[in-house]
Design a protein around this ligand. Structure first.
Ligand code: NAP
Length: 259
């Protein structure tokens, strides 16, 4: 007699996903595979066997799920990882597999926040008046739409500074992570003479410092709305995932099978 644990794929790539994997490992109830896109140099280790790189679209993801005998998928990618989320919905629907979408709550606008909303980066850029200095924490993937506003000066905070050939002419890059301390962010914005922010509504505390700093300094924020997801059981905390998963895999307890 041996105990067979349901095999669960965690689509990772965020700090929350790392914490979730840790919490799932601690339950000892699941066999986990984590997955990373492979965009971050030297990503922090996840506490589970990890594969890296795109699957090759929804069809290939479905093939992976089938051949790996995955019982459930947890999509714990960033709220703005729209393509991966769509692929996860398509692949799990095709195989009738349970899908959990783990996504933390978005930030809520407060009275003193000067937020203007946009559906896309392109629309957010249109909100910014001419010749302003704009702070944007983003990946170098965003370069194309920014090229359409040569009148603006961008300060881009990113983990992967682009090579000289890929860099925007009207951008200065700062390598690094967000600072959760709003006073540090406010000091940075003052030193850099920032006029506007463009921001995703990431939620959580790690990158909220810049939002509070903008509020305190009276800076406008072009807030890009989250892409809409239309599939999976929605969870906004690790506890919710831990509660939902046993139902999803159809086992309140580990399955017992004969060897
Ligand atoms: P995306 O546009 O939704 O994904 C682009 C492609 O990257 C996907 O189609 C998929 O390739 C591959 N991919 C994405 N996440 C993957 C994962 N966890 N495992 C395996 N393949 C993955 O996503 P993105 O916005 O480029 O983000 C890429 C990664 O960075 C995500 O894991 C996300 O959690 C993380 N991240 C994103 C942001 C953000 O603001 N977008 C912020 C912080 C962290 P195939 O189609 O070939 O399978």
């Amino acid at each position: 007699m041996m105990l067979k644990k349901p095999k669960v794929l965690v689509l990772a790539g965020t700090k929350d996903a790392r914490k979730l994997v840790e919490a799932l490992v601690a339950t000892s109830k699941y066999e986990l595979i984590a997955s990373l896109a492979g965009v971050t140099r030297n990503p922090a280790d996840l506490m589970a066997p990890t594969r890296t790189g795109g699957f090759g679209g929804a069809e290939r993801l479905a093939e992976f799920l089938r051949t790996q005998n995955i019982a459930a998928v947890i999509n714990a990618t960033h709220p703005y990882a729209a393509q991966m989320s769509q692929n996860a919905v398509e692949a799990t629907t095709r195989l009738s597999l349970p899908l959990i979408r783990f996504e933390r709550e978005p930030w809520k606008q407060e009275t003193d926040d000067n937020w203007q909303f946009a559906e896309t980066i392109e629309a957010a850029l249109k909100l910014v008046p001419p010749n302003k200095k704009v702070f944007f924490a983003a990946s170098s993937k965003v370069a194309a739409p920014l090229k359409k506003r040569p009148d603006l000066t961008f300060i881009i905070r990113t983990l992967n500074i682009p090579t000289q050939t890929n860099a925007l002419l009207n951008a200065n890059y700062i390598e690094g992570l967000p600072n959760s301390d709003w006073q540090t962010e406010a000091k940075l914005f003052q030193e850099l003479q920032i006029d506007w922010l463009i921001s995703k509504n990431s939620g959580g505390s790690a990158s909220y410092g810049k939002i509070k700093a903008a509020r305190e300094l009276g800076l406008p924020v072009a807030m890009i709305k989250r892409p809409k997801h239309n599939g999976g059981v929605k969870c906004s905390s690790i506890d919710e995932v831990l509660n939902a998963l046993p139902m999803c895999v159809g086992t309140e307890q580990t399955t017992s099978v004969s060897s």
